[in-house]
Design a protein around this ligand. Structure first.
Ligand code: ZN
Length: 227
């Protein structure tokens, strides 16, 4: 079973919950850089304290520090049989840095047509009181514009407005398309159709993981070694 897996996908592609479930079913840790940063800060590790300094100053944590925190996490015993890395790398620099510290077996890319991503994100509404999210098309509240739980008026975050979403998607594609090419050329990239229900996506995800395993076991898989 390929065990060092990277999950990538545009904002709104829905990989977060799938990443957690996949890690659980493979019995490996789910690693997202946001959680790792928060964890290192909470545990007050040396690297965490440095990251905390940047965050308190309102600055971005430098890539090199994020990578050190990731490396420290990957070195722990529970990650020795693999991991599901979620949302990293996001650009070619990070992909090269990752290659230098650990070989990745499989990269799964969640693909959703851009028009559907726009609907998923621009129709999203959030309850400012309890944080529950709705979607006017796919998951509407029972009463128009009101939270089902507490009746609070739902809001449309500026992050979810069409012009902002379009910019976020453009930025994502510009940064990640060289990363996709990089993994595709080494035969490690698999696209997952991420439309449909979460259960359908989950089924496709597991099928891709098993298919990659079969390919890895088959002789003559690698075009780089044509012997
Ligand atoms: Zn609410």
């Amino acid at each position: 079973m390929p065990s060092r897996i990277v999950l990538m996908g545009a904002p709104g592609a829905g990989k977060g919950t799938q990443a957690m479930e996949l890690a659980k079913s493979l019995g490996v840790p789910h690693l997202s850089t946001g959680d790792l940063l928060r964890g290192a800060v909470a545990e007050r590790t040396a690297l965490g304290l440095r990251a905390d300094g940047y965050m308190r100053a309102g600055q971005l944590v430098p890539d090199s520090l994020v990578l050190d925190i990731l490396k420290e996490r990957i070195d722990r015993p529970d990650a020795q049989h693999g991991f599901v890395l979620d949302g990293y790398p996001r650009n070619m620099e990070q992909a090269n840095a990752l290659d230098a510290i650990i070989p990745i077996d499989l990269v799964l890319v969640f693909t959703v047509p851009e028009s559907e991503l726009m609907v998923r994100m621009t129709e999203r509404r959030i309850c400012p009181a309890c944080g529950r999210t709705y979607n006017l098309v796919t998951l509407p509240p029972k009463l128009h514009g009101q939270c089902d739980v507490d009746g609070t008026e739902l809001v449309h975050r500026t992050d979810d407005r069409p012009e902002t979403v379009a910019t976020r998607l453009r930025t994502f594609h510009a940064a990640t398309s060289p990363v996709f090419d990089h993994y595709r050329m080494s035969g490690r990239l698999h696209s997952i159709d991420a439309t449909g229900t979460p259960q359908q996506v989950r089924t496709r995800l597991m099928a891709a993981v098993h298919a990659a395993d079969v390919a890895a076991a088959a002789p003559g898989r690698s075009a780089a070694h044509p012997s």
